[in-house]
Design a protein around this ligand. Structure first.
Ligand code: ADP
Ligand code: MG
Length: 754
């Protein structure tokens, strides 16, 4: 039983007010066939929409089984439409991209009926209107009469109490009209049917009651409900809330996207471009970093860990402090906190530290070499001419147990065995630098053979030879001949010429003159035991060169350093056995600093690591910049997908109206559009990743051709997943506004659009 009480509906169009219904009072019986007659524009459709809960009355009330609907919420109207009302429209209002079965199922899907039951009931409903053979056809494959039957089946599938039909035969020929009217008459046997028509003949033949409307007012009612008539009240129907499942929403979106395969594919392709870009860049930078790490492990594992008095802790540090102002007005000059643009740390390599280093597990390194500071004065004799040579010293065959010399071919002479033996190292072309030649006291313009170098001899003036005490102060000896011939001077001889073996990439000797580390130890010990050092350390306040007291300008440390009196090393090289022990060594060195003040910390440097670290940093920065660019295309494509979704919303306005008339909540509508953008985003993500994986194959071939590195580009599976999620997320985000717009559409207006 439905009751309209003084229902008025006013539409406002701009300034104008259109009164579509004017104080309409009608009571409908539980079971009757009512026809609403009236000329076009008199308010028939409006009346039907208000009874069906599709449109809201402006004033008055609609009573459902005696209950007022004044306090109805959106969700109450939604479930009222879904459970109690069935709509049939003049223009059928079928969803064109769904099959007949899916069209009929839609009403059930909205109320959350299980798939199996849905198919069952929808098939039955289609059978009852005689369309069992066509259930998989699309609406456009049917005749008008058949389409109207589908609409009737859809209206009946939920077994509603009320069937509302708005000119159901308006678009049909008279023969088909009769069939449809017979069907509706049949339906009206056990429910209320309210049919709008302007055909008075049909109204008279089929219905029990004819109501005439004019200008929004009831002007005649052929079978009005009497005051004393006892009305049958509908058994209270379970108005359970409609709720479309996410799966049903996804399925609907899938079907829609599938009917527009071409557009969907192009959209997804456009969306995938950003993903392809980012994933290619990520694969390249990942692969390059992995390759660098691998080469580092291979090639640099025998590079030493170095501890020097000064170490650069950050190549990229900013020289300016954060609290400095640029272009200051003040005239103060500020001492830079960093040196040469690098962050530096001064290591105090104390005897404590050297002692600590002796505790390092000897299985982790092949050698530890200590470099010391001491005066080095070397002379040669050429005929009667004495000359100071090798003024810049030479390299020590660092890290060499002699087996490390095994990566060198002996071209001439012998390998050095004792500290008084030197070797000359030439490069792969047998070259030596002019610098080395002149250092050795040889003419830069001469031509030489390997044997010319073997057998060259030199003398090192030790501290006792070089520093003489004259008149109570020490002075430097300037008599080269005397020093050269002094018994205390040490002999040096070049005993061999070495060249790196073919195919060995990293030798550990420097080109030029090399001595064994034991020479350094000997010279350092010698300096420590020399007269001048002993004298200087006996009284640390007086400078042994002047007999004057030290002051701020000249300190004991400076002099003691210059004469080789400093016991602690200037630098230490630790040669790890391999990559793993290198880590152990670093752990051991780091442990020394725990709990120490900043100034007492000893910070090592790992040349190979800082080198590769720098490259890695550069690569990552480049990758970031490129990713940002690719990211822009991702954003652009997301916006594009948003626009396409908006277009889709406009296109599907009618469909939105139909679904709302079937009881879809606003939420269900936005859910369907969100599902649609999600599918597009997911597809473009997947498409992007797959395209990237395909592109990597030829890209790697090209890279291998040029660099001999195989399989450089690799896409990290985690990155792939993140990118797919990103693509889905972004497109979902871009679709939120259009899907909101869709959800907010007024169902009545939506239904009126073509
Ligand atoms: P009928 O179905 O009898 O032809 P309607 O119920 O569709 O008439 O319309 C009744 C009146 O209300 C008409 O004058 C129509 O122009 C007006 N009307 C209907 N819907 C709207 C609307 N959404 N906005 C403004 N005016 C409307
Ligand atoms: Mg109408």
């Amino acid at each position: 039983m439905l009751e309209l009480k003084k229902v008025t509906k006013v539409y406002e169009v701009g300034e104008q007010q259109i009164m579509a219904l004017n104080n309409v009072d009608i009571t409908f019986r539980k079971n009757e066939f009512v026809s609403i007659l009236g000329p076009s524009g008199c308010g028939k459709t409006t009346l039907l929409n208000i009874v069906g809960g599709l449109d809201k009355y402006s004033s008055g009330d609609l009573l459902i089984n005696g209950v007022s609907t004044k306090m109805f919420k959106d969700s109450d109207w939604d479930s009222y439409r879904n459970t109690t009302i069935g709509f049939v429209f003049q223009n059928y209002n079928l969803i064109s991209h769904l099959s007949l079965l899916d069209n009929v199922e839609m009403a059930l899907a909205l109320s959350g009926v299980s798939v199996k039951e849905r198919v069952n009931r929808a098939t039955k409903a289609l059978d009852s209107v005689g369309l069992i053979d066509h259930i998989n056809k699309k609406p456009n494959q049917l005749s008008g009469g058949q389409m109207q039957r589908v609409a009737i089946a859809r209206a009946l599938v939920n077994d509603p109490d009320v069937l509302l039909a708005d000119e159901p035969t308006g678009a049909l020929d008279s023969k088909t009209s009769v069939q449809i009217m017979d069907l509706i008459k049949e339906i009206s046997k056990d429910r209320l049917v309210i049919m709008v028509t302007h055909n008075s003949k049909i109204a008279e033949v089929y219905s029990d009651r004819v109501i005439n409307l004019l200008d929004g007012k009831v002007i005649n009612d052929s079978n009005q409900v009497n005051h004393d008539e006892v009305l049958e009240v509908q058994a209270k129907k379970d108005m359970k809330k409609t709720k479309m499942s996410y799966i049903a929403a996804l399925k609907s979106s899938f079907k829609n996207l599938f009917t527009k395969k071409g557009r969907t594919l192009i959209t997804a392709l456009a969306g995938s471009i950003g993903i392809i870009g980012i994933s290619l860049i990520l694969s390249l930078s990942n692969g390059t970093n992995a390759e660098i790490n691998r080469t580092q492990e291979e090639a640099f594992s025998n590079f030493p860990i170095t501890i020097s008095r000064m170490t650069i802790t950050d190549f990229f540090s900013n020289t300016a402090n954060d609290d400095l102002t640029s272009y200051p007005d003040s005239d103060a000059v500020i001492t830079e906190s960093n040196d040469g643009g690098f962050a530096t740390h001064y290591n105090n390599i104390s005897t404590d530290f050297v002692e600590y280093l002796r505790g390092l597990n000897s299985s982790t390194y092949s050698e530890i070499s200590y470099q010391y500071n001491f005066p080095l004065h070397i002379y040669n004799k050429n005929g009667n001419i004495y000359k100071e040579v090798l003024e810049n010293g030479f390299s020590y065959t660092s890290g060499t147990k002699t087996d490390n010399l095994s990566s060198y071919d002996l071209l001439e002479g012998e390998y050095p065995e004792s500290e008084d033996e030197l070797v000359l190292v030439v490069d792969q072309y047998n070259q030596i630098s002019r610098y080395t030649l002149s250092d050795l006291g040889l003419s830069v313009s001469g031509s030489y053979t390997l044997s010319d170098f073997v057998g060259l001899t030199y003398k090192i003036a030790t501290n006792n030879v070089y520093f003489k005490q004259v008149d109570g102060v020490y002075t430097e000896n300037t008599n080269l001949e005397e020093m050269y011939n002094n018994n205390e001077s040490l002999d040096l001889e070049i005993v061999g010429v070495l060249r790196i073996k073919e195919g060995v990439e990293n030798g550990n000797l420097n080109e030029g003159i090399n001595a064994l580390p034991s020479l350094q130890t000997k010279l350092h010990d010698n300096a420590l035991a020399s007269n001048i050092v002993i004298a200087q350390n006996a009284d640390k306040t007086i400078n042994v060169f002047t007999n004057e007291a030290f002051n701020d300008q000249l300190t004991f440390d400076e002099i003691n350093n210059a004469i080789g009196g400093d016991e602690s090393p200037v630098s230490i090289n630790i040669y790890p056995k391999d990559v793993d022990t290198k880590k152990d060594i670093k752990d051991y060195l780091n442990a020394y600093n725990i709990g120490k003040a900043e100034a007492d910390k000893v910070i090592y440097s790992d040349m190979s690591e800082s080198f590769t670290g720098m490259i890695t940093k550069i690569i990552n920065t480049i990758a970031l910049v490129l990713s940002a660019l690719a990211g822009i295309s991702l954003v652009v494509s997301s916006i594009m997908i948003g626009i396409i979704t908006y277009v889709s919303v406009i296109e599907r306005t009618k469909e939105i109206g139909i679904m709302r008339s079937l009881g879809a909540r606003k939420k269900d509508i936005s859910r369907i559009f969100n599902a649609e953008t999600l599918i597009i985003g997911l597809t473009s993500g997947l498409l992007g990743v797959i395209t990237c994986l395909i592109l990597i194959i030829p890209a790697n071939m090209i890279i291998e051709h040029f660099t001999k590195v195989n399989g450089l580009m690799k896409l990290n599976p985690l990155h792939a997943l993140i990118l797919i999620a990103l693509s889905s997320g972004l497109t979902l985000l871009s679709g939120i506004i259009p899907s909101r717009i869709a959800a907010k559409k007024d169902p009545v207006i939506a239904l009126r659009t073509e």
